[in-house]
Design a binder for this molecule. Sequence first.
Ligand code: HEM
Length: 337
Amino acid sequence: MPSTDSALVFHEWSKTYGPVMHLKVLGRSMIILDSYQTAVELLDKRGVTYSDRPKFTLYELLGWNPSLVFLQYGKQLNIHRQMHQSYLSRHKAEDFKPMQTQEARTLVQNLLDSTPDKYEKFKVGEAMPSFISEQLDQMEEGADEEDLKGAAATMFGAGEATTWSTLSIFILAMVLHPECQAQAQKEIDSVVGGARLPEFGDREDLPLVEGVLQETLRWNPGTPLGVPHRAMKDDVYQGMLIPKGALVFANIRGMSLDENVYSNPTSFNPERYFPKPAGKGEPKFSNVSFGFGRRFCFVRSPLGDFLTYYVHHQSMHWTVCRQQQPVDCHSIDLGNL
Ligand code: HEM
């Protein structure tokens, strides 16, 4: 087993051994899927076999039970997915937009002027409507709150670091590729006219910024090996036995570097997603970033794709304000912070 950069090492190995690899680690079978096609065929199409998770003893000892990410296939998993999904589907992406707009503007304000006293503005107020407040309202008298605690902790735990790391990667990409940033800035200016910040409604008119988002997800994926699935029974794929109990990893990092899909994959090139002949017509990476099968990340679902908007929106705001010209960021109204 590689001790560092396993996703990259697995991808190198796949060039010799192919996109489905079987490793035996301390007596346990590990399957690495290094191509989008094999992940779809096994984890998506044969989801009934690959929807379990292995036991994460360390996380259990750390008190991460019950957390949806680590739950094994069964009744409790259904309860937890239902809690998340019903919340996200009752509140369609539209409902989150005012809050996301506010948060994006807060981010811009913090980036512009990040002195500690600014944070004093976040005064403690009455509990805002939220996942927890809604679930509590629906909860029957005397019901056990452990599942709700676990579900809420999961929403934070699974969503916070992933969002933060994706935004950090975006900022890194912009710092390393100022020419992309300048082009994205130009595109935004041509749409908003330098007089206002971008809105969600502008998304369709910003194909390059959309490319920047997709490239941010692909160029350095925040979850290189996703979260392991577990084979619930013996399975045979293209003549290969995948034994019951095997850990199955979708190598998201490997897929991002697949030269059969992405030309010159280590380069940061938002235009690769443009249809031919302007671009290369390469597939968006958001189909890969959020995992596969019945354990896919909620933000991949049509009703829960708010995160994509979120990153996109924050990207737009940040891009506008990173530049000194032609917009004077301090002169733009960032809303009531
Ligand atoms: C850029 C941001 C994010 C990325 C790249 C990401 C990626 C992933 C991936 C790769 C998985 C594993 C899927 C699989 O097993 O095949 C996952 C699972 C999960 N994600 Fe995310 N995620 C992100 C943001 C979020 C957010 C904002 C939330 C919550 C609001 C969230 C909640 C979850 C949950 C609950 C699971 C576990 C699903 C299950 O085991 O059934 N994620 N995510």
